[in-house]
Design a protein around this ligand. Structure first.
Ligand SMILES: NC(=O)C1=CN([C@@H]2O[C@H](COP(=O)(O)OP(=O)(O)OC[C@H]3O[C@@H](n4cnc5c(N)ncnc54)[C@H](O)[C@@H]3O)[C@@H](O)[C@H]2O)C=CC1
Ligand SMILES: O=C(O)C1=N[C@H](C(=O)O)C[C@H](O)C1
Length: 248
């Protein structure tokens, strides 16, 4: 049995992870912690893998602490920058165990992982590409971690094939053109009734490809979370993206 502690256990995602861990045959719940609880309770005696779903402002500190306490970590919380990721790598290099592992996924839903992957395949064939993400209005960060990741995926594919900047004659913009991430415009919608959705729009003269992923229910993330829990310890160091654990 894999002993799993959940950090952010009272949250929308954390609560689902607690249920998923309790229901799976090969995992058992160790600790379920939330804001105000003592994170130092988590250690290798009670926990194989800690799952971190909190808020972007605290996730780095939690992950650094968990690394220092000798456990492997699966992270779903958003807000990761290159600087923060470097801090995680540094902490792993100094971790109590030489083979310690952290896995971070912008999105655990197979639909979103494939949408990102397909966007990377398609990007080099299109002159224009933009990302629209649509979420529930309780989400604290914009744009979504998934949309930022997809923008980088598109930008990497365009760079690799020598594509330059996208055509855009905009001269005045009060913000309607969205946030530019790695040269890709990203637009965020917050609407009651939505959960987590992303559209990648790719355009050429006279044609358009739309790639869309919809997570209607947070249960859609749980197979990916359990896949990460089962695989993280076999991948020492920092791994980013569920595609690394899939046969893509
Ligand atoms: N990677 C993925 O597939 C997904 C990622 N997310 C991301 O996961 C994060 C959490 O999302 P939700 O569950 O919807 O948020 P939420 O607001 O429902 O839950 C966050 C929980 O973290 C707790 N918390 C805050 N500070 C804490 C601390 N210092 N220690 C322990 N717990 C603390 C809060 O009390 C709350 O219970 C967000 O960054 C979101 O974007 C959400 C869905 C899927
Ligand atoms: O906050 C959410 O809900 C989600 N957050 C993640 C993100 O920012 O990409 C993943 C998914 O979109 C749901």
């Amino acid at each position: 049995m894999i002993k799993v502690s959940v950090i952010g256990a009272k949250g929308r995602m954390g609560g689902n992870v607690v249920n998923a861990v309790n229901q799976a045959d090969d995992t058992e719940l160790a600790l379920a912690l939330d804001a105000g609880d003592d994170l130092t309770q988590v250690n290798p005696d009670n926990t194989d893998v800690a799952v971190e779903f909190t808020v972007p402002s605290v996730a780095l500190d939690n992950v650094l602490a968990l690394i220092g306490q000798g456990v492997d970590v699966v992270v779903g919380t958003t807000g990761w920058t290159d600087e923060k990721l470097d801090q995680v790598r540094k902490a792993l290099a100094e971790a109590p165990r030489a083979d310690q592992a952290v896995f971070i996924a912008p999105n655990f839903a197979i639909s979103a992982v494939l949408a990102d992957y397909f966007a990377g395949l398609a990007a080099k064939y299109f002159e224009s590409a933009e990302v629209v993400e649509l979420h529930h209005p309780n989400k604290v960060d914009a744009p979504s971690g998934t949309a930022i990741h997809t923008a980088h995926t598109i930008a990497d594919a365009r760079r690799a094939t020598g594509l330059g900047p996208m055509p855009d004659a905009t001269e005045t913009d009060g913000g309607s053109r969205g946030q530019v991430v790695d040269g890709v415009h990203v637009h965020a919608v917050r609407l009651r009734g939505l959960n987590a959705h992303e559209e990648v729009l790719l355009g050429n003269a006279g044609e358009q490809l739309t790639i869309r992923a919809d997570s209607f229910d947070r249960g859609s993330f749980m197979p990916g979370v359990l896949l990460a829990v089962r695989n993280v310890s076999a991948h020492p160091g920092l791994t980013i993206g569920l595609d690394k654990f899939l046969d893509l």
